[in-house]
Design a protein around this ligand. Structure first.
Ligand code: CA
Length: 459
């Protein structure tokens, strides 16, 4: 009996392997704190030739939204395809394994479907999160945060050992961690090419997350004279206090005042440093795309690139993420499917919980029943299709809904219920400069948005 069972299992296993061998590989590229300010998103002042090349070979999602604008929570929601709620996926420390313990995560599902799954760099916030869903132990590069002696000295003066918010040093790409990460991922591609089993190779770059440390050559791409403060370098009119934070994440860095605005000089240096880090990351991504081409893997490898949430470069007086404004929720999403859907853009609303079921469909794998997202493959087939009627996300006490025209946010507490609201009309105010939630003529619309938000948000 035991022998018969083993024989059946062996046959089933062989069938799985056979089917798996026909499936495309996946190169799954996460970028920490990357906002959609890139050439392929209509922002040619940012030097992103490699991501733009990927976009030209694939589809750009012009209106994709994260579920929670902070690292761990955004990633846990994406990797599970489960919406966040006031009790789930709340902070940068969120853990999919601990908060939804019985859910099969994206990596685990691909591993169970015959893929070799590899995690390099930052995919889940915690390397240990769902580690059994990776074929090999998750790998993270080691390396110095800073090069310059004054940066290293400054780091010793802050409670958390954070040095300056930015650094420009004349070093090679692989002096810092992300360069080492690209090198290791290239080695993996060479190794994985030799096997029959398809791969799901996840690589999570650490920049442009603070501190804005990139080799000098990337800073040199940006003339300081061309860097400007944002047009919305002030609080939106009529925005409630709860919508605005004090950029706490930034305050931990050396040279940043503990309260109040940073100097214009610091602000401009940070904006330039952020762009430098984006271009540094873009160059690292380019190395992976080049290697896919060189190994003749590009024709059988889906490449998906996402930033885990937006970022504020001074908009609304905010730095960092952690808000319900468009600048925090809106994030880049680009996918290349070999031989199909090249050079497309879609303006359809897309949520990051949609990535999991989409990759399943594209790779011919069943989508687990627990997934709350929906496949965006119909948008690849027809990028002009309407797509979802809304994208919903949240942060802290705020729940927010984006429709084609509006972004509406409710802030609530368990004790007092909803205590503040915001409404921005993206057709007339795309920078969210004036909260119009009190306007009498919009109250029917506010009620409808509130109903839609509360019906569909994570419970
Ligand atoms: Ca992040």
């Amino acid at each position: 009996m035991l022998r018969a069972t083993s024989a059946i299992l062996l046959v089933l296993f062989s069938i799985t392997q056979l089917q798996a061998a026909d499936r495309p590989n996946v190169l799954f590229i996460a970028v920490d704190d990357l906002r959609p300010e890139l050439g392929c998103f209509g922002k040619p002042h940012v030097h992103s030739p490699n991501i733009d090349r990927l976009a030209a070979q694939g589809t750009v999602f012009e209106r994709a939204y994260c579920m929670v604008p902070t690292c761990g929570a955004s990633r846990a929601a994406l990797m599970t395809s489960i919406r966040p709620s006031p009790d789930r996926f709340k902070t940068y420390l969120a853990s999919a394994e601990k908060e939804v313990p019985n859910i099969t995560t994206l990596n685990t599902h691909f591993k169970n479907s015959g893929y070799t799954t590899i995690s390099n760099g930052k995919i889940f916030h915690h390397a240990s999160d769902n580690a059994k869903g990776w074929t090999e132990k998750p790998w993270r590069p080691q390396g110095p945060s800073y090069k310059l002696p004054e940066s290293i000295a400054a780091a010793k003066t802050t409670p958390k050992g954070r040095g300056p918010a930015y650094e420009s040093a004349d070093v090679e790409d692989d002096f810092y961690r992300d360069g080492k990460l690209a090198n290791k991922t290239i080695e993996d591609l060479r190794r994985l090419k030799e096997q029959d089993e398809p791969f799901f190779l996840a690589v999570g770059f650490f920049k442009p997350h603070l501190p804005f440390v990139a080799p000098k050559k990337y800073w040199d791409l940006y003339d300081p004279a061309t860097i400007a403060l944002p047009e919305t370098y002030h609080r939106p009119k009529n925005a409630p206090n709860v919508a605005i934070h004090s950029s706490g994440e930034l305050r931990a860095y050396a040279g940043i005042p503990k309260q109040g605005p940073v100097s214009d000089e610091t602000a401009l240096n940070m904006i330039r440093g952020y762009y430098a880090c984006v271009s540094y990351t873009d160059a690292n991504i380019g190395k992976l795309l080049d290697e896919l081409d060189r190994l003749n893997l590009a024709d059988n490898t889906i490449v998906v690139l996402w930033g885990d949430h937006g970022w504020n470069l001074g908009e609304h007086t905010l730095w960092c993420k952690h808000s319900c404004f468009e600048t925090s929720m809106h994030a880049p999403l680009v996918i290349k499917v070999p031989g199909k859907y090249a050079g497309q853009k879609t303006a359809a609303l897309t949520e990051f919980i949609d990535i999991y079921p989409s990759l399943c469909e594209l790779c011919g794998i069943d989508t687990p029943k627990h997934c709350q997202g929906q496949s965006f493959v119909p948008l690849l087939e027809d990028p002009t299709a309407a797509g979802k009627p809304f994208a919903i996300g949240r942060f802290g006490p705020g729940d927010t809904i984006r429709t084609d025209k509006f972004r509406y946010t409710e802030y609530a507490s368990r004790k007092n219920g909803v205590h503040a609201k915001m409404l921005y009309d993206h057709h007339t105010d795309p920078q969210e400069d004036t909260n119009i939630v009190q306007r009498q003529e919009l109250q029917t619309k506010v009620e409808a948005l509130s109903e839609s938000l509360n019906e569909n948000k994570g419970k």
